[in-house]
Design a protein around this ligand. Structure first.
Ligand code: GLU
Length: 427
């Protein structure tokens, strides 16, 4: 079927990670799509890729250049949607995969968006606030030709936050000549941000864990939880797990790996991390080795950092019942197979971490209508969308005897490819 497809230079070598993992996940869905699989190649190439130069004057007067990207993977179901990552390891290949996962996530949840993602290859910790503002503004201005409230709507991701979104909203607004609050989500509430958005990804991770636990008979109350990543996703998820009676027995961030079998005091750890920029030096737990961290006995393991963390080797060693993916792409397809053999349930990123973009959707709707909802209303709607998606995906996984990831991909690909088919190809 693919005989007419020539390869593209930026996909070559097409199998470089993490895009290769995304392609592998798409390939695994093909047998389940019936006639719609005819359109599947659509998902194996991003619709639109923009690479931009981001030059700034540094505080010392020198000129520096950084590389930025915005990838619109698929726009069949609506405008592009997905975060912007500031991280030293950002590559085009990574942004392509992250954009692809947004296509799947938005479709799996039924949000009226396509998938997109952006990034700048910098270590944000190496810049002053004024330099970060200049990088953000120049990047926004450069991608201004492809973003917009009805075109593509960025949001925070690793290394960016509400301040980044405020600068992006302001830069875009200045360039178009009017305040366009709907151009980004994850903004400060004072600028048209949504109540509950900051916590939404962590809250969604918790909801996904709770739903999985209820079906497997692994109650959150009293469960042991290990969390990799202690930022906007892992930090908040850890807090909500603990509020619901779980014991967070180990944490890892970029600088420290710590454990306490009695359960870590999460509010204290959050206060420490905010004050010192990392968990390192936190007295409420003992340092443990990387190897030990991946072998701790627990009921829930939450990778909430970066891609490719659950490798085949770690999949063999993990001693957990349920993996809840707070990060995007933390588990490689080979590791997925091992976990399935070992009967460890994986709640995939495209479902487990979809709470963030779900409340981004609410933010975008509120900005359009200039009518703002209460936090109770937002959390109730988040809960209902997450639970509904979880139910449908779980049911399909049972029917087809596939993993939860494959079931989520089946539902998402059906929606995206049906839209593709109904719209038809132009010309
Ligand atoms: N960066 C988040 C994600 O990976 C949120 C995206 C959004 O809100 O648009 O899902």
């Amino acid at each position: 079927m693919n005989s007419h497809h020539s390869s593209l230079s930026y996909l070559d070598p097409a199998r470089a990670e993490p895009w290769a993992s995304f392609i592998e996940q798409i390939d695994r869905v093909a047998p389940h799509l019936g006639p719609l699989s005819h359109w599947l190649e659509t998902l194996k190439r991003p619709k639109r890729i923009l690479v931009v130069d981001v030059p700034i004057i540094r505080d010392d007067g020198s000129i520096a250049h950084y590389e930025g990207y915005r990838v619109q993977h698929n726009l069949s179901r609506g405008p592009g949607k997905g975060g912007v990552r500031f991280h030293p390891a950002v590559t085009l290949n990574e942004v392509m995969a992250l954009a692809g996962w947004m296509t799947i996530k938005n479709a799996a949840l039924g949000l009226p968006f396509g998938g997109a993602k952006g990034g700048v290859r910098i270590d944000p910790r190496g810049f002053s606030r004024a330099e970060l503002e200049r990088i953000t503004r120049r990047y926004t201005s450069e991608i201004g030709i492809v973003i917009g409230p009805d075109k593509d709507i960025p949001a925070p991701d690793v290394g960016t936050d509400q301040q980044t979104m405020a600068w992006m909203m302001d830069t875009y607004s200045v360039n178009v000549g009017h305040t366009a609050s709907g151009v980004v989500t994850g903004k400060p509430v004072a600028l048209g941000g949504s109540l509950g958005r900051h916590e939404a990804t962590g809250r969604g991770v918790y909801i996904a864990a709770r739903e999985a636990g209820a079906r497997l008979g692994v109650p959150i109350d009293g469960a042991r939880v290990v969390v990799q990543g202690f930022g906007n996703v892992g930090g908040i998820a850890a807090r909500i797990f603990r509020e619901n009676g779980a014991k967070v027995i180990a944490l890892q961030d970029a600088e420290a790996t710590i454990a306490n079998p009695l359960g870590i005091d999460i509010p204290a750890a959050l206060t420490h991390a905010t004050a010192h920029g990392s968990l390192s030096g936190f007295f409420g737990a003992e340092p443990v080795s990387e190897d030990d961290f991946w072998q701790l006995e627990c009921e829930y393991f939450v990778p909430a950092a970066l891609e490719g963390q659950v490798t085949p080797e770690r999949a063999h060693n993990l001693r957990t019942r349920i993996i809840v993916e707070g990060a995007n792409g933390p588990t490689t397809p080979a590791a997925d197979d091992i976990l399935r053999q070992r009967n460890i349930l994986v709640i995939p990123d495209v479902l487990a971490n979809a709470g963030g973009v779900t409340v981004s959707y609410f933010e975008w709707v509120q900005d359009f209508s200039s009518f703002f909802w209460s936090e109770e209303e937002i959390n109730a709607r988040l809960e209902s969308i997450m639970v509904k998606a979880f139910d449908a995906i779980w049911q399909l996984a049972l029917e087809r005897e596939v993993s939860i990831r494959t079931a989520a991909f089946i539902i998402a690909c059906q929606r995206v490819l049906a839209a593709r088919e109904q719209r038809g190809l132009y010309p």
